[in-house]
Write a protein that binds this ligand. Structure first.
Ligand code: C5J
Length: 232
């Protein structure tokens, strides 16, 4: 199979686009726009906007290369039966999960705030994983979908770097996937958490993944396949 190489830290990674997926985590209005869950937790939501254009560029490149794309959304059933009480108790008392907000009930599936931002709307055929937790594997069929498609490498963007992106990469790493965080396609409400979150992934020789960026991802997709047997 044709293999390409992405420049990353702690070192370059060879992957096959047919066995790789771009995973965009929780680029939802509830996290990025005023009035949603992110703001209810006291965050400055404008900080996440920086990741939208890089995610859109990664998305366009992946689609053009025929790479599989997966979107995730954090949210709960309307009856909140899948929301643990410990999670329900977070946030301002009048603006918790399930409470009415400017974009509908906060972090509830089917509400406008639960939607992905318009710039990153899924194309027909792209998988959308609705997840009740921070990690995209917890209580979802993501593992089964990736396994059925023979995927072994995930290129990951989304929000927030240190919460749902991190949790998903940790879950994926433990399941045997090679994960590359695309730094500029990820964002946090806290600049320091973003920076340190990325540093944690690639520390100690890539303890649970690699870190790269969207320019390197696009360059890899444009590059010629490497010879079979060439060292990684
Ligand atoms: C958070 C997420 N931060 N998608 N969710 O609650 O990272």
């Amino acid at each position: 199979m044709p293999q390409i190489v992405i420049e990353a830290e702690p070192g370059p990674l060879v992957f096959d686009t047919a066995r790789a997926a771009l995973v965009l985590i929780d680029m939802q209005r509830d996290f990025l726009e005023p009035g949603g869950f992110g703001e209810a937790l006291g965050n400055d939501v404008s900080r996440l906007a920086a990741a939208v254009a890089p995610c859109a560029a990664a998305l366009a490149a992946a689609r053009a290369a025929g790479m599989r794309v997966i979107h995730t959304r954090e949210g709960h059933r309307p009856d909140l039966s899948d929301c643990p009480p410990a999670k329900l108790a977070r946030g301002q008392p009048s603006a918790r999960i399930g409470d009415p907000g400017p974009m509908g009930r906060i972090l509830v599936r089917g509400e406008p705030g639960h939607d992905l931002v318009a710039a990153l709307a899924p194309a027909p055929g792209e998988v959308v994983i609705d997840k009740p937790g921070k990690g995209a594997f917890h209580a979802t069929d993501l593992g089964a979908i990736l396994s059925a498609a023979g995927i072994d490498t995930l290129l990951v963007g989304g929000v927030t770097t240190e919460v749902c992106v991190h949790t998903t990469i940790r879950e994926a790493n433990d399941r045997g996937f090679r994960c590359v965080a695309l730094a500029d396609a990820c964002a946090s409400y806290f600049e320091e958490f973003h920076r340190v979150g990325l540093a944690m992934i690639k520390a100690q020789g890539g303890i649970f993944g690699w870190v790269s960026d969207v320019a390197a991802f696009r360059a890899a997709l444009r590059s010629a396949p490497i010879d079979q047997g060439e060292p990684a």
